[in-house]
Design a protein around this ligand. Structure first.
Ligand SMILES: *Cc1c(COP(=O)(O)O)cnc(C)c1O
Length: 482
C-alpha cells in the first residue's frame, strides 16, 4: 500500500517536471526561424504549428503517457514542428487518384474537365471578360446569352438558362411555374439523391404543393388526369437516376403526358438528373432517352446537371419553351442562383466539343471513361502490374482482377461497365491499414476493399497516372516494411 502511494507520488512529480520542461513557444519559433525564413512560410502558420504540437505534448504528459525528458528538447521536437507546418500549408482541396471505378463520383468531384475547358476557365479567371457586356452594341449584356444559343443548337430547345446546379434548376422552375399551386408527381419518382436532394423537400421550399399519384411501381395516365384540379400548376416527371424499380412497372410516356398537359393547359416538366447528349447504348449501357429526345417529346421544361453525364462543370441547365424560360429568367431567385464566370467558361468550352459528335467520346473525359473498351482498361492495369512487380515487394501480392465499374453520380444506377483492377493482397499489414495509408498520402489514392483485397479499378485512372500510382504504392509498401 505504502509502496504504491509512493509510486503514484513519484509519477506525479515526473509529470510536473515534464510539464515544466515543455519548451516555450518563443524559443521554438527562434529555433525554426532560419528554415521558415528560407521557405517563406507565413509566421502565423509557424506559430500555429508550434502551438498545436506543444498542446499535443502537454496532453500526452497529462494523460500519463511515457515521456522521456530528452524528447521534450526543442531539437527533438523540430521534426514534428516541420511536419505540422507542412501539413498546415497543404491545400484542403486536393487532387486524388480515383481508383474506385465510379466515373461520376459525387464525393470525388464528379466530372473532370478536359484541358481545353480548363484553359478557358484560366483565361476567364485571370483576365477581364465580356461576361455581361455586349460587344456588338457596347451596352450591358447577359451572361446567359453566352451559352444559350449553343444549348439550343445542340438540343433543339427553343430557349435555355443555366443556374448553379440541377437542384437550383428544379427549385427555380417550380417556384416560377407552380408556387402556391399543386404539382402532380408519380409516387415512383420521388427520389432522394445523395441524402441532400429530395424532390418533396425542394418542392416545399418552392412553395408548390406535392400531389403524389399512382403506386410505387405503376402510374397510369388516368392517375395524373384524375388528380388534376383547379389548383394544379404543373405535371412533373423525375428521372429515376439513383435507383430503379424493376419488374412489374409502368411509367407514362412523355408524349402522353404532354398531350394531357396540353388538354388542360398545364406545363409538363421533366427533371432528367443526369442528362446526356449522346446515346450510350452502343457502349453496352441501357438505352436512356437523350436530352434531344426529351426535348423533341414536347415537354415544356427539362432540367439536368452540368457535371454528371454531360461531363462539364457544376451547373443546372434549364431548357424549354421561350415563354416559360423567359418567366424563369425574370424570377429574382435567378440572381441568387446564378452561375459564375468560371462555370460559364468551362461550360461553353464543353458545349463546343459536342458540336463534333464523333470526337466527343474522346475529348470529354467522363464520356471517354465510359467508352473505353475493356481491352484498353486491361492494358492500363497490366502496365501498373508490371511496374509493381518490378518494384519487388514480396510483402504484397499483385494480381489482375475482373471488376465492374459504374457510371455513378446518380446516373444509370444499375448500369455496370466491365472493368479491370489490380488487386493488392498485403501480407505484412491489413488491407484496412493499406487503405488508410494510401488515403493519407500526399496524393491520396482511393480504391475499394473487396474480399480482403484492395482493388484499384483502372477504368477511372488516367494513362498518365499509372507511373505516379505505382510510385505511391511502392513507397507506401516500402515504408511499412522499412
Ligand atoms: C443529381 C440529380 C439532381 C441534383 O442535381 P445537382 O446538379 O447535384 O444539384 C436532381 N434531380 C435528379 C433526378 C438528379 O439525378
Amino acid at each position: 500500500m505504502q509502496q504504491s502511494t509512493d509510486t503514484a507520488h513519484s509519477h506525479g512529480n515526473d509529470r510536473q517536471r515534464n510539464l515544466q520542461s515543455i519548451p516555450k513557444v518563443d524559443e521554438c519559433l527562434m529555433a525554426l526561424q532560419q528554415d521558415t525564413a528560407e521557405s517563406g512560410v507565413p509566421a502565423a502558420v509557424v506559430k500555429a504549428a508550434v502551438r498545436e504540437v506543444l498542446a499535443e505534448v502537454r496532453q500526452a504528459i497529462l494523460a500519463g503517457r511515457e515521456m522521456a525528458s530528452d524528447s521534450l528538447r526543442i531539437g527533438e521536437l523540430l521534426p514534428r514542428f516541420r511536419a505540422r507546418i507542412q501539413h498546415l500549408q497543404r491545400p484542403r482541396l486536393r487532387r486524388i487518384i480515383n481508383a474506385t471505378g465510379v466515373i461520376v463520383h459525387t464525393n470525388l468531384g464528379r466530372s473532370i474537365l478536359p484541358r481545353t475547358a480548363m484553359e478557358a476557365i484560366l483565361e476567364a479567371g485571370s483576365r477581364y471578360s465580356n461576361l455581361e457586356f455586349d460587344l456588338e452594341t457596347g451596352r450591358r449584356g447577359s451572361r446567359y446569352s453566352l451559352v444559350e444559343d449553343l444549348l439550343c443548337e445542340l438540343t433543339g430547345a427553343e430557349s435555355a438558362l443555366v443556374v448553379n446546379n440541377n437542384a437550383a434548376a428544379v427549385l427555380i422552375v417550380l417556384e416560377t411555374l407552380a408556387s402556391g399551386r399543386e404539382v402532380i408527381v408519380s409516387r415512383g419518382q420521388l427520389v432522394e439523391i445523395g441524402g441532400s436532394f429530395r424532390i418533396p423537400d425542394v418542392m416545399a421550399r418552392s412553395g408548390a404543393r406535392l400531389v403524389e399519384v399512382g403506386a410505387t411501381n405503376r402510374t397510369h395516365l388516368r392517375d395524373y388526369e384524375n388528380a388534376i384540379t383547379e389548383e394544379t400548376g404543373l405535371l412533373l416527371k423525375v428521372h429515376c437516376s439513383n435507383y430503379r424499380i424493376i419488374g412489374f412497372t409502368s411509367e407514362v410516356a412523355n408524349e402522353e403526358m404532354v398531350a394531357l398537359g396540353r388538354r388542360f393547359g398545364l406545363p409538363v416538366m421533366e427533371d432528367l438528373g443526369s442528362g446526356c447528349f449522346v446515346d450510350l447504348s452502343r457502349f453496352g449501357l441501357m438505352k436512356e432517352p437523350t436530352v434531344q429526345e426529351v426535348v423533341a417529346s414536347g415537354v415544356d421544361v427539362v432540367t439536368f446537371s452540368g457535371d454528371k453525364l454531360l461531363g462539364g462543370p457544376q451547373a443546372g441547365i434549364i431548357l424549354g419553351s421561350r415563354d416559360l424560360v423567359d418567366r424563369i429568367k425574370k424570377n429574382p431567385l435567378n440572381r441568387a442562383l446564378r452561375i459564375d464566370k468560371f462555370t460559364l467558361a468551362g461550360l461553353e468550352s464543353i458545349l463546343r466539343l459536342y458540336r463534333d459528335p464523333e470526337k466527343v467520346m474522346e475529348t470529354i473525359p467522363t464520356l471517354a471513361m465510359i467508352a473505353a473498351p475493356t481491352a484498353t482498361v486491361d492494358r492500363r492495369a497490366r502496365r501498373l502490374l508490371r511496374r509493381l512487380r518490378k518494384s519487388g515487394h514480396d510483402t504484397c501480392g499483385f494480381t489482375l482482377a475482373d471488376t465492374t465499374a459504374r457510371v455513378g453520380g446518380g446516373a444509370m444506377p444499375e448500369q455496370n461497365l466491365p472493368s479491370r483492377a489490380v488487386a493488392l493482397t498485403p501480407t505484412g499489414l491489413t488491407v484496412n491499414r493499406l487503405e488508410e495509408l494510401l488515403r493519407h498520402e500526399e496524393i491520396p489514392v482511393i480504391g475499394r476493399i473487396e474480399d480482403d483485397r484492395f482493388l484499384l479499378d483502372m477504368r477511372t485512372v488516367a494513362d498518365d497516372e499509372v507511373v505516379l500510382l505505382a510510385d505511391i504504392l511502392a513507397r507506401v509498401l516500402a515504408a511499412e516494411h522499412g
